[in-house]
Design a protein around this ligand. Structure first.
Ligand code: APR
Ligand code: ZN
Length: 259
């Protein structure tokens, strides 16, 4: 009797246009909290405050965000490393089982683990930009200014408000990235979701698009999601060990796809 891991590995072995789709759950094994799991970020912070409009209008909220960033209480952390889950997805790309990763994450760990095609729907915490003139810096350059005592750092060119290059609630998603993710989903024959509660749109629409086009759908997520019943295989377990087992099975199935 083949297991769910065997079946997902078989779909990966046959896939010509596979896609991985990830959320914060793939990074918790690197020490970054997710948002809605038992120790999620929204369990300790009021999500309603974290809107783009509030960030621009309320200097005290902005100062709290900068404090969280330098105290490692947010997602702009430089001390985290990719985990086995990220590595497994990079290996699936190398094996040709997926064309790349559509991610809601902003931590840059997919790229750091070797994934070469990553669509960042919600931007990146690796850069910090000016909301007025658009100038951008690597995040550490600005975080050093906060550590040195600037509690609300401004653009050195125009004095504008600075913000991490992430997409906050109320902010427009990058159109080109969303369009590319939509094309990948329309074209997918295998769609693997890892570590997402699938509650935030439009991101949570991509698995549905792939399903409608006949793709084989699999999800690896610790907790059930409201979309579980559209998936052909559902594994409620940790991403790292589960994805590693899928890659090992894939290697046994199709040595033609050297990693
Ligand atoms: N392995 C597998 N699943 C995990 C793991 C793990 N190691 N750790 C957590 N999970 C699961 C949780 O059970 C949860 O269902 O990952 C899911 C993460 O869901 P969310 O915290 O809602 O994160 P995500 O789906 O990425 O949120 C989407 O919401 O707040 C916004 O912009 C933010 O990009 C984020 C978006
Ligand atoms: Zn500026």
């Amino acid at each position: 009797m083949s297991s769910a891991i065997d079946r997902i590995a078989e779909w990966a072995a046959q896939a010509q246009r596979g896609v991985a789709f990830t959320g914060a759950g793939i990074s918790t094994e690197s020490g970054i909290p997710d948002f809605r799991g038992p120790n999620g970020f929204w369990k300790r912070n009021d999500a309603a405050k974290f809107t783009f409009q509030n960030y621009v209008a309320d200097p005290e909220h902005r100062k709290e965000r900068w404090r969280q960033a330098v105290e490692g209480r947010s997602f702009m952390r430089s001390d985290v490393r990719p985990n086995a889950g990220h590595t497994a997805l990079a290996n699936l790309e190398r094996a040709g089982a997926i064309r790349g990763v559509i991610t809601q994450n902003i931590d840059g760990l997919h790229q750091e683990s070797g994934s070469t095609k990553v669509l960042e729907l919600h931007g990146t915490a690796k850069k910090i930009g000016c909301l007025d003139c658009g100038e951008r810096w690597p995040a550490p350059v600005i975080l050093e200014r906060v550590v040195a005592g600037e509690d609300d750092p401004r653009c050195t060119y125009c004095g504008g408000i600075l913000k991490s290059a992430t997409i906050s609630f109320g902010q427009q998603l990058p159109e080109d990235v969303v369009e590319e993710a939509h094309r990948w989903s329309l074209d997918a024959d295998f769609f693997l979701v890892v570590g997402s509660s699938l509650v935030v749109s439009p991101a949570n629409g991509f698995p549905i698009v792939a399903k409608r086009r006949g793709a084989k759908l699999a999800i690896v997520n610790r907790e059930p999601t409201d979309l579980d019943d559209i998936f052909d295989e559902v594994i409620h377990d940790d991403a790292g060990p589960t994805l590693t087992a899928i890659v090992e099975r894939l290697e046994a199935l199709s040595p033609r796809r050297p990693l």
